[in-house]
Design a protein around this ligand. Structure first.
Ligand SMILES: [Zn+2]
Ligand SMILES: [Zn+2]
Length: 191
């Protein structure tokens, strides 16, 4: 099978199944995992496919519905925007990781995936694989407590040397946000 045919097949499977492991693709196509990686590399570069903690999935299409945060209703600044992809394929967008994570907690059952942007490189990453940082001295003028997203833990640590802050992962960041807010709601509600 030609690489282009395999790529088409992978995209078809992803449309139906949403997420696929590399090992599963390799088995189905009867090619090595190396070959699968080579096949999906251009798809990732073309932003058709996204690497996730579970393998690969389709890159969500840009939402056209609204341009306000689904949590605090503030207008969305795309650079920090976070997308919540629900199991029914509907996409919600939050203005920043702060809102994205709090919204995620509200509708966790419905969310199949949460996509963030790396603060330094602007690449998209699955929230479950990201490193989060709070309490830095850099003010982004979005929601408080501010949450910055990094793809790489090493880069997050480099950043931490200059701007301070504490590091979190997906498993403990939501609780930390809530602790810092100590019962207050997102400040944009108050306006
Ligand atoms: Zn928001
Ligand atoms: Zn925000």
């Amino acid at each position: 099978m030609l690489p282009i045919k395999r790529q088409q097949q992978i995209l078809l499977w992803l449309e139906k199944e949403q997420t696929l492991r590399i090992s599963e693709i390799s088995k189905r196509l009867d090619v090595s995992e190396m070959t699968v990686y080579r096949d999906i590399k251009p798809l990732i570069e073309q932003k058709k496919v996204l690497k996730t903690s579970k393998g690969i999935s389709l890159q969500p299409k840009t939402p056209n519905s609204s341009n306000v945060c689904s949590y605090c209703l503030k207008p969305i600044h795309s650079r920090f925007a976070v997308q919540l992809i629900k199991s029914d394929q509907e996409i919600e967008t939050a203005c920043c990781a702060h809102c994205g994570l709090l919204r995620y907690q509200d509708i966790e059952q419905e969310v199949s995936q949460m996509i963030c942007r790396d603060f330094l490189k602007d690449t998209t990453i699955s929230a479950k694989m990201a490193t989060f940082m709070m309490g830095t001295s850099l003010n982004l003028h979005c929601c408080e407590p501010q949450v910055i997203v990094f793809e790489s833990m090493d880069e997050a640590k480099q950043f931490q040397k200059g701007f301070e802050g504490e590091l979190y992962h997906f498993g403990n960041v939501i609780q930390a946000i809530q602790q810092k807010m100590s019962g207050r709601t997102c400040r944009h509600f108050e306006k």
